[in-house]
Design a protein around this ligand. Structure first.
Ligand code: PAF
Length: 287
């Protein structure tokens, strides 16, 4: 496995792959890799001739400087994991290699067709501008045939789909296929996240209340006459009743438009909860 830190070197390697007619699978990450990322990389390795992974903590998608500073970083451990599961190239640039000073300081503008006005987008203004900025740049550089994203960040996945299929950037990435992959959970149910590293053992136990409530809500949704509004409120009340958890939002929305829905058909419930100082997200599909 080769670690690349410069864009120019990356482009040379990509060109060589294209010349050899090799298909490219790509997994963009911010490092602090766990089994969730590993499942994406394994799939990329299996379905393509070559697998590229980027490890870049993208400063432009953090609207909270403290969150950026505290984001866990461990490139040696990440590289060892990636090499053991068959990734071929890791792109790990510095922020200066990725962005000019102007790009770093100005908001990247993009037509989200409203997908950024709800949930994470509403709570973290500018977050998805940074995500689209970095992901579009990475796609230009890596020119993947398939790119893999986890469904835990469901709104991010919907926005990337929009970016590739329906936005002003549509058509610029060739026949790129965006592949959403299921959430990977601990046996306890806790959704894997790089942020879990910041939870104490007690907080981890407390955080289990999130997935437990979401799983229970799947049953509540099947109760005769249950409405979306009732299930939504029941989840909010159940999570807020747990000591140590503080709900930021819970919304049941349509899986494509991300707009509030009144039917469980094609619906997903998305939650963001603070467990102590750590902001955790999770979701459940109701179809
Ligand atoms: O999901 C993430 O880890 C990041 O948002 C991504 C897609 C790598 C862009 O920085």
């Amino acid at each position: 496995m080769q670690i690349i830190t410069k864009k120019q070197e990356l482009q040379q390697v990509v060109e060589a792959c294209k010349k050899n007619h090799q298909t490219i699978g790509f997994v963009p990450t911010m490092g602090a890799l766990h089994e969730g990322h590993a499942s994406l990389v394994r799939r990329a390795v299996q379905e393509n001739d070559v697998c590229f992974v980027s490890v870049f903590v993208n400063p432009t998608q953090f609207n909270n400087k403290e969150d950026l500073a505290k984001y866990p970083r461990n490139i040696e451990r990440d590289a060892a994991l990636l090499s053991s599961i068959g990734a071929n190239y890791v792109f790990a640039p510095t922020p200066e290699e990725m962005y000019s000073a102007e790009e770093m300081n100005n908001t990247f503008s993009f037509d989200f067709a409203g997908l950024d006005q709800v949930m994470e987008g509403k709570m973290r203004p500018g977050h998805f501008n940074g995500v689209v900025q970095v992901v579009s740049r990475l796609f230009y550089l890596v020119q993947p045939d398939r790119a893999y994203f986890g469904e835990k960040d469901f709104q991010q996945l919907a926005i990337i789909h929009h970016m590739v299929e329906r936005s002003e950037l549509a058509g610029t990435f060739g026949n790129l296929q965006i592949i959403g992959c299921p959430i990977v959970r601990e046996a306890s149910g806790l959704a894997l996240s790089s942020r879990n590293e910041r939870l104490s053992e007690t907080e981890k136990q407390t955080a289990l209340g999130i997935s437990k409530t979401l799983f229970a809500s799947s049953k509540w949704a099947k109760e005769a006459g249950a409405t979306v509004a009732e299930v939504q409120q029941r989840v909010i009340d159940a999570i807020n009743a747990i000591d140590g958890l503080e709900m930021e939002y819970y919304e049941i929305v349509d899986q494509t438009t991300l707009l509030p829905t009144t039917t469980f058909n094609h619906a997903i419930g998305c939650v963001t909860v603070y467990c102590g100082p750590v902001r955790l997200i999770d979701n459940i599909k109701y179809e």
